[in-house]
Ligand binder design. Sequence first.
Ligand code: ZN
Ligand code: ZN
Length: 130
Amino acid sequence: MNKIKRRNTNQRKIIYEIVKSTNIHPTADWVYERAREKIANISLGTVYRNLKVLVEEGKIIEINDGKVSRFDANTSPHHHFKCEVCSSIYDLPEENLTLNIEPLTNEGFTVNKTFIFLEGVCPSCKGKVN
Ligand SMILES: [Zn+2]
Ligand SMILES: [Zn+2]
């Protein structure tokens, strides 16, 4: 492995560890702030590119919250809930939601994956609104 390649691999490993260390579904900006503490002179572009590679490799998933891309190291099947008040993204276990795909199957669609993205107000913000 040449020097540049090794450096890229190390950077990607650090970026992956940062995403893995949290369950807040961070944005690229958030990951960049943490990465800067560990890798001198890293740019936001480099962080973004590495996140995209990790998505392609299937190590992390990318979710769009309607405004920005957010990243998740939890690649097991699960759904998401976004709080409109605090912008937190919560993981929802797959078994907590049932989706009836039968009508789609009847129309000839083959469903291989389901990602459900819900929006509303989370329990901790519920008391604050109204
Ligand atoms: Zn909230
Ligand atoms: Zn998640």
